[in-house]
Design a protein around this ligand. Structure first.
Ligand code: DC
Length: 222
């Protein structure tokens, strides 16, 4: 695959990666892959099977054994887990709470990174996650890292949750995001950080459309 056909978008929780990534893929007519959904799918399986989340070996084996298929043509983020279609089931407070711990396990990451690379080899794609520009696709030509202040991200998460009918306390959301940021950026394996050659975009004062336009322009010039 040519390097120019891959756009990587990394960043912390609620930085807007997924919504921006979908829009960019639509503009460019590229496929879309949200790698967070794979870590969420393994976390869901682990909770369902009541696997001890401190048991790295069991979690790694689970990641190897679980058949996860992503449907990159379908930008809703649909995932097939052992043949079952999952979408909203991957976004709930129990998974939110445990996914950082599960995704910090080396064996889980090794299994999922391998699958992500296989999907990406099939052609033009926008890939979003935490380690795409640094680990999964270090040779990608267009690498983006989205940032936003914790306050703005907590507000976005709050608005998103309430629009889905939930009732959440902003302070609680803020604390949970802070905790996830800390785990994601300090873990030993593939910590969240921008690649040296990533373009960093601060999205605090930008709309989704504005961020997507900046990225599409960058793809055109890189
Ligand atoms: O983007 P998200 O909130 O759906 O990601 C869920 C979790 O998965 C997050 O805590 C970090 C982890 N993750 C990761 O470690 N590496 C990725 N490439 C994508 C997500």
């Amino acid at each position: 695959m040519s390097r120019s056909t891959t756009v990587t978008i990394d960043g912390p929780a609620s930085s807007g990666k997924t919504v921006v990534g979908k829009l960019v893929s639509k503009h460019l007519n590229y496929r879309f892959l949200d790698t967070g959904s794979m870590y969420r799918a393994i976390t869901r399986e682990a909770l369902k099977k009541e696997i001890n989340l401190d048991d790295d070996i069991a979690l790694s084996q689970l990641a190897i054994d679980t058949d996860i298929k992503l449907i990159p043509q379908d930008i809703s983020g649909l995932v097939l887990v052992n043949g079952k279609k999952l979408l909203h089931e991957l976004r709930n407070p129990d998974i939110d709470k445990s996914v950082s711990q599960v995704s910090s396990v080396s064996g889980v990451r090794t299994a999922l990174v391998k699958r992500q690379r296989m999907v990406c080899e099939e052609g033009e794609i926008v890939v979003v996650g935490r380690d795409i520009g640094t680990v999964v696709l270090p040779d990608a030509r267009t690498k983006i890292y989205l940032t936003a202040s914790l306050e703005i991200r907590a507000r976005r998460r709050h608005d998103e949750s309430t629009s889905q009918g939930g009732r959440f306390d902003t302070k609680n959301i803020f604390e949970k995001l802070r905790k996830r940021d800390l785990i994601d950026s300090t873990r030993e394996n593939s910590p969240l950080r921008p690649a040296d050659d990533a373009v960093i975009i601060d999205t605090d004062n930008l709309s989704i459309e504005e961020v997507a336009d900046i990225i599409v322009d960058l793809v055109g010039t890189s």
